[in-house]
Write a protein that binds this ligand. Structure first.
Ligand SMILES: N#Cc1ccc(Nc2nc(N)cc(-n3cnc(CCO)c3)n2)cc1
Length: 287
């Protein structure tokens, strides 16, 4: 299934925070091949010991990412089991999770945001073609490998992280707290997780990206969050109508009516074109 890494070949460095039932650390792994010692910078994702019963689901998430390879999917080197410790060893992605990056107030351009959304859409399209459901699309799980510098015109590069412990293993409150990223049908029955759920989450993630990493429904308690779905509410629409349309198509309560990945990519392409045209008009106007 995937590479088993010896615990003794791993070194822990600083703690970098936590996910659901997991803790993450910067670290390194040492390999020896043809007599040479190679030290690689890695991200160590440790399953909390209290949730060690979720280890199959934790590794299921990891193996999902190592079965297939795609430029916008995180590389998982393997796993290490040491006593009660379950560790996933991932490539260390230079700039970390996108939610924190955007919150740190980096002002990024519209074309930067559209570029990131398109990269995520292509990763989703790839997963759809492989008939693989991710189940936890959000900016926390979108990792920034290259910042991109809008003045120099170099573009950002993102990688989709593993989904972590499956939503079917999480308590009701953890699922409720994932509103509005988790699709409404998953709340009713988590085993309903399908490709269509990833499209709903994609809509919420694009909304986050265009709101500079501000979480939608931030600070809402679980009761209010549940009511958001019960009264079929939508996130506040963007001023950019075509963008708001794409987000609301993805966040359609009837899962069958959500757009295909190809349609999502097509709509993003036309947003990119109209975004560029608008910029040209501005430039000409200014000139
Ligand atoms: N300051 C800083 C800084 C922090 C982290 C990284 N790198 C990195 N690499 C990965 N493979 C995964 C993550 N990661 C971050 N948050 C999660 C939890 C949700 O998955 C996963 N971060 C780089 C810089």
């Amino acid at each position: 299934q995937f590479h088993m890494i010896k615990y003794k070949d791993l070194k822990w460095e600083e703690s970098l925070g936590q996910g659901s039932f997991t803790r993450i650390f910067k670290g390194s792994k040492t390999d020896v091949h043809d007599g040479e010692k190679h030290v690689t910078e890695v991200l160590l994702k440790e399953l909390d010991v209290v949730h060690k019963n979720c280890w199959e689901s934790f590794f299921e998430a990891a193996s999902l990412m190592s079965q297939i390879s795609h430029k916008h999917l995180l590389l998982v080197y393997g796993v290490s089991v040491h006593g009660v410790k379950n560790i996933m060893v991932q490539e260390f992605v230079k700039y970390g999770a996108l939610d924190l990056y955007l919150k740190r107030g980096r002002s990024v351009s519209v074309s930067w945001k559209l570029d990131v959304a398109k990269q995520l859409a292509s990763a989703l399209n790839f997963l759809e073609e492989k008939n693989i459901v991710h189940g936890n699309i959000c900016t926390k799980n979108l990792l920034l490998a290259r910042e991109g510098d809008t003045s120099q015109g170099s573009s950002p590069f993102v990688k989709l992280s593993d989904p972590g412990v499956s939503v079917t293993m999480l308590g009701k409150d953890v699922i409720l707290d994932r509103i509005p990223w988790v699709a409404p049908e998953v709340l009713e029955a988590p085993e309903n997780l399908t490709m269509e759920c990833d499209k709903w989450s994609f809509g919420a993630t694009v909304w986050e990206i265009f709101n500079n990493g501000n979480a939608p429904l931030r600070g809402w308690d679980l009761k209010r969050k549940r009511q958001f779905y019960e009264s079929f509410q939508q996130l506040p629409p963007s001023q950019w109508t075509e963008l708001a349309d794409l987000i609301s198509q993805c966040m359609e309560y009837q899962s069958a009516f959500r757009p295909s990945c190809r349609s999502i990519i097509r709509q993003l392409n036309s947003l990119i074109t109209s975004g560029n045209k608008a910029m040209m008009h501005c430039l000409f106007f200014v000139v």
